[in-house]
Design a protein around this ligand. Structure first.
Ligand code: CTP
Length: 397
Protein backbone atom coordinates (compact mmCIF):
# COMPACT_ATOMS: atom_id res chain seq x y z
CA UNK A 1 0.00 0.00 0.00
CA UNK A 2 1.17 3.49 -0.89
CA UNK A 3 1.54 4.81 2.67
CA UNK A 4 1.83 1.60 4.66
CA UNK A 5 4.78 2.63 6.84
CA UNK A 6 3.86 6.32 7.13
CA UNK A 7 2.46 8.35 9.99
CA UNK A 8 0.33 11.31 8.99
CA UNK A 9 -0.59 13.81 11.67
CA UNK A 10 -3.82 15.39 10.48
CA UNK A 11 -4.67 18.74 12.01
CA UNK A 12 -8.32 19.74 11.76
CA UNK A 13 -9.26 23.35 12.48
CA UNK A 14 -12.66 24.93 13.01
CA UNK A 15 -14.51 25.52 9.78
CA UNK A 16 -17.53 24.00 8.10
CA UNK A 17 -15.17 22.01 5.82
CA UNK A 18 -13.97 20.05 8.91
CA UNK A 19 -16.37 17.26 7.96
CA UNK A 20 -14.42 16.74 4.72
CA UNK A 21 -11.37 15.81 6.80
CA UNK A 22 -13.29 12.64 7.75
CA UNK A 23 -13.18 11.53 4.12
CA UNK A 24 -9.46 12.34 4.02
CA UNK A 25 -8.86 10.31 7.20
CA UNK A 26 -10.55 7.34 5.61
CA UNK A 27 -8.62 7.80 2.32
CA UNK A 28 -5.31 7.91 4.23
CA UNK A 29 -6.24 4.81 6.26
CA UNK A 30 -7.14 2.92 3.08
CA UNK A 31 -3.68 3.77 1.72
CA UNK A 32 -2.17 2.13 4.84
CA UNK A 33 -1.15 5.25 6.78
CA UNK A 34 -1.22 5.53 10.56
CA UNK A 35 -3.37 8.64 10.99
CA UNK A 36 -3.14 10.66 14.19
CA UNK A 37 -5.72 13.42 14.35
CA UNK A 38 -5.32 16.65 16.28
CA UNK A 39 -8.42 18.83 16.45
CA UNK A 40 -8.67 22.40 17.65
CA UNK A 41 -11.46 23.13 20.14
CA UNK A 42 -13.37 24.97 17.41
CA UNK A 43 -13.08 21.98 15.06
CA UNK A 44 -14.67 19.83 17.75
CA UNK A 45 -17.70 22.18 17.64
CA UNK A 46 -18.25 21.20 13.99
CA UNK A 47 -17.48 17.46 14.02
CA UNK A 48 -17.23 15.10 16.97
CA UNK A 49 -13.79 13.73 17.90
CA UNK A 50 -15.44 10.31 18.08
CA UNK A 51 -15.93 10.33 14.29
CA UNK A 52 -12.20 10.92 13.73
CA UNK A 53 -11.29 8.41 16.43
CA UNK A 54 -13.47 5.75 14.79
CA UNK A 55 -12.06 6.34 11.30
CA UNK A 56 -8.43 6.76 12.33
CA UNK A 57 -8.52 4.03 14.99
CA UNK A 58 -6.38 6.33 17.13
CA UNK A 59 -7.11 8.57 20.07
CA UNK A 60 -7.80 12.16 18.94
CA UNK A 61 -5.71 14.87 20.57
CA UNK A 62 -7.41 18.14 21.50
CA UNK A 63 -6.44 19.16 24.99
CA UNK A 64 -2.83 19.99 25.87
CA UNK A 65 -3.40 19.24 29.54
CA UNK A 66 -5.37 16.03 29.62
CA UNK A 67 -4.03 13.21 31.79
CA UNK A 68 -1.45 11.37 29.62
CA UNK A 69 -2.32 7.69 28.92
CA UNK A 70 1.32 6.72 28.76
CA UNK A 71 4.30 8.68 29.91
CA UNK A 72 4.81 10.94 26.94
CA UNK A 73 4.65 14.60 26.13
CA UNK A 74 1.96 14.26 23.51
CA UNK A 75 2.73 17.21 21.24
CA UNK A 76 6.41 16.25 21.15
CA UNK A 77 5.71 12.59 20.43
CA UNK A 78 3.25 13.54 17.66
CA UNK A 79 5.73 16.04 16.23
CA UNK A 80 8.41 13.32 16.12
CA UNK A 81 6.19 10.56 14.79
CA UNK A 82 4.89 12.57 11.82
CA UNK A 83 6.14 11.86 8.32
CA UNK A 84 3.87 14.70 7.24
CA UNK A 85 1.71 17.14 9.17
CA UNK A 86 -1.34 18.08 7.11
CA UNK A 87 -3.75 20.76 8.29
CA UNK A 88 -7.08 20.23 6.54
CA UNK A 89 -9.06 22.48 6.60
CA UNK A 90 -6.85 25.33 7.78
CA UNK A 91 -8.54 28.51 9.01
CA UNK A 92 -7.08 32.01 8.63
CA UNK A 93 -6.52 31.93 12.38
CA UNK A 94 -4.39 28.76 12.22
CA UNK A 95 -2.39 30.14 9.27
CA UNK A 96 -1.75 33.39 11.15
CA UNK A 97 -0.60 31.53 14.25
CA UNK A 98 1.62 29.09 12.35
CA UNK A 99 3.20 31.92 10.34
CA UNK A 100 4.13 33.74 13.54
CA UNK A 101 5.30 30.86 15.69
CA UNK A 102 2.39 31.09 18.08
CA UNK A 103 1.88 27.83 19.95
CA UNK A 104 -1.18 28.00 22.16
CA UNK A 105 -2.94 24.68 21.59
CA UNK A 106 -2.13 21.06 20.75
CA UNK A 107 -2.03 21.63 16.97
CA UNK A 108 0.06 24.80 16.83
CA UNK A 109 2.47 23.43 19.45
CA UNK A 110 2.92 20.22 17.48
CA UNK A 111 3.48 22.17 14.24
CA UNK A 112 6.09 24.36 15.89
CA UNK A 113 7.86 21.38 17.47
CA UNK A 114 8.05 19.30 14.29
CA UNK A 115 10.57 19.09 11.48
CA UNK A 116 8.16 17.07 9.31
CA UNK A 117 6.95 18.56 6.00
CA UNK A 118 3.88 20.72 6.56
CA UNK A 119 0.96 20.73 4.14
CA UNK A 120 -1.82 23.27 4.54
CA UNK A 121 -5.19 23.22 2.77
CA UNK A 122 -6.99 26.47 3.60
CA UNK A 123 -10.78 26.84 3.57
CA UNK A 124 -12.51 30.07 4.55
CA UNK A 125 -14.60 33.00 3.47
CA UNK A 126 -13.25 34.69 0.30
CA UNK A 127 -12.54 38.03 1.97
CA UNK A 128 -10.65 36.34 4.78
CA UNK A 129 -8.64 34.35 2.25
CA UNK A 130 -7.91 37.34 0.04
CA UNK A 131 -7.13 39.63 2.96
CA UNK A 132 -3.59 40.85 2.56
CA UNK A 133 -2.64 39.69 6.05
CA UNK A 134 -3.70 36.09 5.23
CA UNK A 135 -1.86 36.25 1.90
CA UNK A 136 1.27 37.55 3.63
CA UNK A 137 1.04 34.77 6.22
CA UNK A 138 0.72 32.19 3.43
CA UNK A 139 3.76 33.62 1.64
CA UNK A 140 5.71 33.58 4.89
CA UNK A 141 4.90 29.92 5.50
CA UNK A 142 5.73 29.05 1.90
CA UNK A 143 9.10 30.77 2.17
CA UNK A 144 9.81 28.53 5.15
CA UNK A 145 9.03 25.38 3.18
CA UNK A 146 5.33 24.77 3.87
CA UNK A 147 3.28 23.42 0.95
CA UNK A 148 -0.24 24.60 0.18
CA UNK A 149 -3.16 23.08 -1.66
CA UNK A 150 -5.05 26.23 -2.48
CA UNK A 151 -8.83 26.47 -2.16
CA UNK A 152 -11.21 26.29 -5.09
CA UNK A 153 -13.83 28.73 -6.20
CA UNK A 154 -17.28 27.60 -5.13
CA UNK A 155 -20.36 28.27 -3.07
CA UNK A 156 -19.21 28.96 0.48
CA UNK A 157 -21.02 28.39 3.78
CA UNK A 158 -21.77 32.12 4.00
CA UNK A 159 -23.76 31.87 0.75
CA UNK A 160 -21.24 33.81 -1.34
CA UNK A 161 -19.55 32.34 -4.39
CA UNK A 162 -15.82 32.87 -4.38
CA UNK A 163 -12.39 31.42 -3.63
CA UNK A 164 -12.25 29.65 -0.30
CA UNK A 165 -13.80 26.21 -0.81
CA UNK A 166 -11.57 23.37 0.42
CA UNK A 167 -9.65 21.80 -2.49
CA UNK A 168 -10.61 18.36 -3.77
CA UNK A 169 -9.82 15.64 -1.20
CA UNK A 170 -8.09 13.43 -3.79
CA UNK A 171 -5.79 16.32 -4.68
CA UNK A 172 -5.00 16.89 -1.00
CA UNK A 173 -4.39 13.14 -0.55
CA UNK A 174 -1.95 13.09 -3.49
CA UNK A 175 -0.09 16.11 -2.11
CA UNK A 176 0.27 14.43 1.30
CA UNK A 177 1.46 11.20 -0.35
CA UNK A 178 3.97 13.14 -2.44
CA UNK A 179 5.52 14.73 0.66
CA UNK A 180 5.46 11.46 2.62
CA UNK A 181 7.25 9.59 -0.16
CA UNK A 182 9.67 12.35 -1.13
CA UNK A 183 12.65 11.02 0.81
CA UNK A 184 12.48 7.69 -1.01
CA UNK A 185 11.54 8.99 -4.48
CA UNK A 186 13.47 6.79 -6.94
CA UNK A 187 12.68 8.64 -10.17
CA UNK A 188 13.71 12.13 -9.13
CA UNK A 189 16.44 12.26 -11.79
CA UNK A 190 14.10 11.15 -14.60
CA UNK A 191 12.13 13.13 -17.16
CA UNK A 192 9.15 11.13 -18.30
CA UNK A 193 6.68 11.84 -21.10
CA UNK A 194 3.37 10.00 -20.95
CA UNK A 195 0.57 10.16 -23.51
CA UNK A 196 -2.96 9.25 -22.48
CA UNK A 197 -6.52 9.15 -23.72
CA UNK A 198 -7.97 9.12 -27.20
CA UNK A 199 -7.33 11.39 -30.13
CA UNK A 200 -10.37 12.84 -31.89
CA UNK A 201 -10.26 13.56 -35.60
CA UNK A 202 -12.77 16.17 -36.75
CA UNK A 203 -15.01 15.58 -39.73
CA UNK A 204 -17.06 18.74 -39.64
CA UNK A 205 -17.81 21.36 -36.93
CA UNK A 206 -20.13 18.86 -35.21
CA UNK A 207 -18.60 15.40 -35.63
CA UNK A 208 -15.34 13.62 -35.04
CA UNK A 209 -13.85 10.11 -35.15
CA UNK A 210 -12.52 8.78 -31.87
CA UNK A 211 -12.28 5.60 -29.77
CA UNK A 212 -13.26 4.27 -26.35
CA UNK A 213 -10.08 5.16 -24.43
CA UNK A 214 -10.78 6.98 -21.13
CA UNK A 215 -7.14 7.81 -20.32
CA UNK A 216 -7.16 5.91 -17.00
CA UNK A 217 -3.98 3.90 -17.68
CA UNK A 218 -1.92 6.87 -18.91
CA UNK A 219 -3.14 9.11 -16.10
CA UNK A 220 -2.27 6.40 -13.54
CA UNK A 221 1.27 6.23 -14.98
CA UNK A 222 1.69 10.02 -14.92
CA UNK A 223 0.48 10.19 -11.29
CA UNK A 224 2.68 7.28 -10.15
CA UNK A 225 5.74 8.80 -11.86
CA UNK A 226 5.06 12.16 -10.18
CA UNK A 227 4.67 10.46 -6.78
CA UNK A 228 8.05 8.79 -7.37
CA UNK A 229 9.66 12.16 -7.95
CA UNK A 230 9.92 12.24 -11.76
CA UNK A 231 9.59 15.37 -13.83
CA UNK A 232 6.47 14.37 -15.78
CA UNK A 233 4.86 15.77 -18.92
CA UNK A 234 1.44 14.35 -19.66
CA UNK A 235 0.11 14.68 -23.19
CA UNK A 236 -3.62 14.19 -22.84
CA UNK A 237 -6.16 13.57 -25.55
CA UNK A 238 -9.86 13.08 -24.78
CA UNK A 239 -10.30 11.48 -21.37
CA UNK A 240 -12.66 11.15 -18.43
CA UNK A 241 -10.09 11.43 -15.61
CA UNK A 242 -9.84 14.18 -12.99
CA UNK A 243 -7.11 16.67 -13.97
CA UNK A 244 -3.70 15.97 -12.40
CA UNK A 245 -3.19 19.57 -11.27
CA UNK A 246 0.38 18.92 -10.17
CA UNK A 247 1.55 17.36 -13.44
CA UNK A 248 2.56 19.46 -16.49
CA UNK A 249 -0.23 18.65 -18.90
CA UNK A 250 -0.43 19.43 -22.61
CA UNK A 251 -3.99 18.99 -23.86
CA UNK A 252 -4.36 17.94 -27.47
CA UNK A 253 -7.21 16.81 -29.69
CA UNK A 254 -5.95 15.26 -32.93
CA UNK A 255 -3.21 12.74 -33.71
CA UNK A 256 -1.12 15.35 -35.60
CA UNK A 257 -1.37 17.60 -32.51
CA UNK A 258 -0.32 14.73 -30.24
CA UNK A 259 2.52 13.95 -32.65
CA UNK A 260 4.02 17.43 -32.43
CA UNK A 261 3.46 17.71 -28.64
CA UNK A 262 5.09 14.28 -28.08
CA UNK A 263 8.06 15.00 -30.34
CA UNK A 264 8.59 18.33 -28.64
CA UNK A 265 8.37 16.94 -25.08
CA UNK A 266 10.48 13.89 -25.97
CA UNK A 267 13.55 15.99 -26.85
CA UNK A 268 14.89 16.05 -23.30
CA UNK A 269 13.00 13.07 -21.85
CA UNK A 270 14.63 9.92 -20.50
CA UNK A 271 11.54 7.74 -20.75
CA UNK A 272 8.61 7.95 -23.20
CA UNK A 273 5.43 6.00 -22.55
CA UNK A 274 2.79 6.02 -25.29
CA UNK A 275 -0.38 4.91 -23.51
CA UNK A 276 -2.68 6.98 -25.74
CA UNK A 277 -5.07 5.39 -28.18
CA UNK A 278 -4.09 7.28 -31.30
CA UNK A 279 -6.39 7.21 -34.33
CA UNK A 280 -4.57 5.58 -37.22
CA UNK A 281 -6.59 7.56 -39.78
CA UNK A 282 -8.31 10.94 -39.99
CA UNK A 283 -10.79 12.39 -42.45
CA UNK A 284 -8.91 13.72 -45.47
CA UNK A 285 -11.02 16.83 -45.42
CA UNK A 286 -12.54 18.68 -42.46
CA UNK A 287 -15.74 20.25 -43.78
CA UNK A 288 -16.16 23.92 -42.83
CA UNK A 289 -19.94 23.57 -42.49
CA UNK A 290 -22.03 20.86 -40.94
CA UNK A 291 -22.62 17.98 -43.35
CA UNK A 292 -26.38 18.01 -43.93
CA UNK A 293 -28.56 14.93 -44.07
CA UNK A 294 -29.88 16.16 -47.41
CA UNK A 295 -26.38 15.70 -48.87
CA UNK A 296 -27.08 11.94 -48.83
CA UNK A 297 -24.83 9.16 -47.57
CA UNK A 298 -21.42 10.54 -48.41
CA UNK A 299 -18.26 8.46 -48.37
CA UNK A 300 -15.60 9.70 -46.00
CA UNK A 301 -12.10 9.50 -47.35
CA UNK A 302 -9.47 8.87 -44.69
CA UNK A 303 -5.73 9.56 -44.67
CA UNK A 304 -3.06 7.97 -42.45
CA UNK A 305 -1.98 9.68 -39.27
CA UNK A 306 1.67 9.65 -38.26
CA UNK A 307 2.63 6.73 -36.01
CA UNK A 308 3.99 8.63 -33.03
CA UNK A 309 5.54 5.64 -31.23
CA UNK A 310 7.24 4.41 -34.43
CA UNK A 311 8.59 7.89 -35.11
CA UNK A 312 9.95 8.22 -31.55
CA UNK A 313 11.42 4.71 -31.76
CA UNK A 314 13.19 5.54 -35.01
CA UNK A 315 14.65 8.69 -33.52
CA UNK A 316 15.53 7.63 -30.00
CA UNK A 317 15.89 3.80 -29.82
CA UNK A 318 18.99 3.09 -27.73
CA UNK A 319 19.23 6.60 -26.27
CA UNK A 320 15.87 6.84 -24.47
CA UNK A 321 13.60 4.18 -22.98
CA UNK A 322 10.56 3.79 -25.22
CA UNK A 323 7.42 2.00 -24.13
CA UNK A 324 4.28 1.32 -26.11
CA UNK A 325 0.94 -0.31 -25.51
CA UNK A 326 -0.96 -2.79 -27.63
CA UNK A 327 -4.63 -3.44 -27.29
CA UNK A 328 -5.61 -6.53 -29.21
CA UNK A 329 -8.61 -8.75 -29.66
CA UNK A 330 -6.65 -11.73 -31.00
CA UNK A 331 -3.06 -13.03 -31.27
CA UNK A 332 -2.00 -10.78 -28.40
CA UNK A 333 1.59 -11.92 -28.00
CA UNK A 334 2.41 -12.20 -31.71
CA UNK A 335 0.95 -8.79 -32.51
CA UNK A 336 2.60 -7.14 -29.51
CA UNK A 337 6.02 -8.64 -30.35
CA UNK A 338 5.63 -7.43 -33.93
CA UNK A 339 4.73 -3.91 -32.74
CA UNK A 340 7.69 -3.92 -30.35
CA UNK A 341 10.13 -4.75 -33.16
CA UNK A 342 8.54 -2.54 -35.83
CA UNK A 343 8.33 0.52 -33.58
CA UNK A 344 11.77 0.03 -31.93
CA UNK A 345 10.25 -0.01 -28.44
CA UNK A 346 12.04 -1.37 -25.37
CA UNK A 347 8.84 -3.09 -24.36
CA UNK A 348 5.15 -3.26 -25.11
CA UNK A 349 2.43 -3.51 -22.50
CA UNK A 350 -0.20 -5.66 -24.17
CA UNK A 351 -3.75 -6.39 -23.16
CA UNK A 352 -6.58 -8.35 -24.62
CA UNK A 353 -9.77 -6.37 -24.87
CA UNK A 354 -11.77 -9.57 -24.41
CA UNK A 355 -10.24 -10.40 -21.00
CA UNK A 356 -12.47 -9.56 -18.04
CA UNK A 357 -10.98 -6.65 -16.06
CA UNK A 358 -8.78 -5.43 -18.93
CA UNK A 359 -9.09 -2.56 -21.32
CA UNK A 360 -10.97 0.70 -21.70
CA UNK A 361 -12.65 2.48 -18.83
CA UNK A 362 -11.95 -0.14 -16.14
CA UNK A 363 -9.95 0.60 -12.97
CA UNK A 364 -8.04 -2.65 -13.45
CA UNK A 365 -5.98 -4.15 -16.22
CA UNK A 366 -4.63 -7.60 -17.15
CA UNK A 367 -1.46 -7.36 -19.22
CA UNK A 368 1.61 -9.07 -20.53
CA UNK A 369 4.87 -7.20 -20.94
CA UNK A 370 6.75 -8.17 -24.08
CA UNK A 371 10.35 -7.00 -24.23
CA UNK A 372 12.51 -6.42 -27.29
CA UNK A 373 14.64 -9.44 -26.33
CA UNK A 374 11.54 -11.61 -26.62
CA UNK A 375 10.88 -12.20 -22.90
CA UNK A 376 7.24 -12.21 -21.93
CA UNK A 377 5.87 -11.67 -18.42
CA UNK A 378 2.19 -12.20 -17.69
CA UNK A 379 0.61 -10.21 -14.86
CA UNK A 380 -2.60 -11.01 -12.99
CA UNK A 381 -5.54 -8.61 -12.86
CA UNK A 382 -4.57 -5.55 -10.84
CA UNK A 383 -5.40 -1.89 -10.27
CA UNK A 384 -4.11 0.42 -12.97
CA UNK A 385 -2.20 2.31 -10.25
CA UNK A 386 -0.32 -0.87 -9.24
CA UNK A 387 0.38 -1.68 -12.88
CA UNK A 388 1.65 1.88 -13.40
CA UNK A 389 4.31 1.24 -10.75
CA UNK A 390 5.34 -2.05 -12.37
CA UNK A 391 5.70 -0.36 -15.78
CA UNK A 392 7.83 2.43 -14.26
CA UNK A 393 10.02 -0.05 -12.36
CA UNK A 394 10.54 -2.06 -15.58
CA UNK A 395 11.38 1.17 -17.41
CA UNK A 396 14.32 1.91 -15.10
CA UNK A 397 15.55 -1.65 -14.54
N1 CTP B 1 0.52 4.57 -31.67
C1 CTP B 1 1.06 5.76 -32.01
N2 CTP B 1 0.62 6.42 -33.12
C2 CTP B 1 -0.33 5.89 -33.88
C3 CTP B 1 -0.91 4.64 -33.54
C4 CTP B 1 -0.46 4.01 -32.41
O1 CTP B 1 1.95 6.26 -31.30
N3 CTP B 1 -0.74 6.55 -34.96
C5 CTP B 1 1.03 3.87 -30.47
C6 CTP B 1 0.03 3.69 -29.35
O2 CTP B 1 0.08 4.76 -28.44
C7 CTP B 1 0.51 2.39 -28.69
C8 CTP B 1 1.12 1.61 -29.86
O3 CTP B 1 1.41 2.58 -30.87
O4 CTP B 1 1.53 2.64 -27.75
C9 CTP B 1 0.27 0.54 -30.44
O5 CTP B 1 -0.98 1.06 -30.77
P1 CTP B 1 -2.09 0.14 -31.44
O6 CTP B 1 -3.28 0.96 -31.79
O7 CTP B 1 -2.29 -1.10 -30.61
O8 CTP B 1 -1.34 -0.35 -32.73
P2 CTP B 1 -1.29 0.13 -34.21
O9 CTP B 1 0.14 0.35 -34.57
O10 CTP B 1 -2.21 1.26 -34.46
O11 CTP B 1 -1.75 -1.17 -35.00
P3 CTP B 1 -3.22 -1.82 -35.18
O12 CTP B 1 -4.20 -0.67 -35.02
O13 CTP B 1 -3.19 -2.38 -36.54
O14 CTP B 1 -3.35 -2.86 -34.11
Amino acid sequence: MLLSDKTIVLGVTGGIAAYKALELTSRLKKAGADVKVIMTRSAAEFVTPLSFQTLSQNRVAINMFEEPKAWEVRHISLAKAADVIAVVPATANFIAKAANGIADDMLTTTVLASKAPLLIAPAMNTNMFENQITQENIERLKSRGASFVMPDVGRLACGAIGKGKLADIELIFDSIAYLALKSEADLSDKKIVVSAGATAEPLDPVRFLTNRSTGKMGFAIARAAWLRGADVTLIAGRHTCPELNFVKTVNVTTAPEMYSAALDAAKDADIIIMAAAVADYRPAEVKKSKIKKSAGAEEIRLVRNPDILAELGKKYAGSKTIIGFAMETENLLENAAEKCAKKHADFIVANNLRTEGAGFGTDTNVVSIIKKDGTVTDYPKMDKSALADIILTEAVS
